[in-house]
Design a protein around this ligand. Structure first.
Ligand code: SAH
Length: 240
């Protein structure tokens, strides 16, 4: 990979199904893998005058599914930031929302506070490191272009939610539950690259419908709303 891969904007997406509507809407072209040892795939294009790269976490060759979750999110963020050297990184994806926080399916959130809800280490300093709380800058022009809601995103390694996690979400006023954002925030911080999360709600964590059913039913609708939000964000990007 050479300098021709440098970009203005990097969009990281965990799942192919989340990425495809964005790839189609922005007419991005497949470039291939960033590294032969990693299934992550890279797409690129010039959109609204900006060089845009999009990376997915890729399909796991052993388990034959998207590599969702924090490990792949961090590795892919590291490599993609190093190769594309963007001015800004987006984590575009889906999330669980909360009816108690006013969420409905398809809502777009642009949270600026991030934490992990399933990392607990009761030791001085390591406790704060494990929780990983980080506040990122707001980008009012992108927020108004995408009509995105404010909030807090909490990241963990499971799609379902335990009773303790539910209490944590209430105590921390969490609005988005996902499996990648807080991990990417940490890598973006290491690269001193500004970070924006755009998350579309596919399911409601505090609703009686089973999360995985809701996720599959609403994925298409939510990801098309997500693609529109990314397009609107890219349009006003120079004005950030
Ligand atoms: N069942 C799906 C897999 C969804 S995994 C399938 O077979 O395709 C969940 C992915 O969507 C993760 O990348 C995560 O970031 C996001 N997500 C959406 N809703 C979530 C929720 N309620 N909890 C955690 N992650 C969620």
């Amino acid at each position: 990979m050479t300098d021709r891969n440098t970009s203005d904007l990097l969009i990281q997406v965990a799942m192919r199904a989340e990425a495809l509507p964005i790839i189609h809407l922005l007419s991005l072209k497949p470039i291939g893998r960033m590294d032969p040892n990693l299934p992550s795939e890279l797409w690129q294009g010039i959109v609204h005058g900006h060089r845009i790269s999009l990376v997915t976490n890729g399909c796991d060759p052993e388990f034959d599914c998207d590599r969702i979750g924090t490990e792949s999110a961090a590795i892919v963020a590291f490599l993609a930031l190093r190769i594309t050297r963007p001015k800004l990184i987006f984590n575009a994806g889906t999330c669980g929302g909360f009816t108690s926080q006013g969420a409905t399916i398809g809502d777009i959130y642009m949270p600026t506070r991030f934490l992990f809800h399933d990392q607990r280490v009761a030791l001085p300093k390591f406790d704060a490191f494990a929780k990983g709380e980080k506040t990122t800058a707001d980008f009012p022009k992108i927020r108004s272009a995408t009509n995105a809601k404010h909030g807090t995103c909490s990241t963990g390694s499971s799609l379902d939610t335990t009773v303790d996690e539910m209490a944590f979400f209430a105590a921390e006023s969490v609005t988005c539950k996902d499996m990648e954002a807080a991990a990417i925030v940490r890598v973006a911080r290491d690269f001193q690259t500004p970070f924006i999360a755009l998350k579309a709600v596919t399911d409601l964590v505090d609703h009686r419908q089973v999360v995985q059913e809701s996720f599959l039913t609403n994925l298409k609708f939510a990801t098309s709303r997500l693609a529109d939000a990314v397009d609107h964000a890219a349009r006003v990007f120079s004005a950030v």
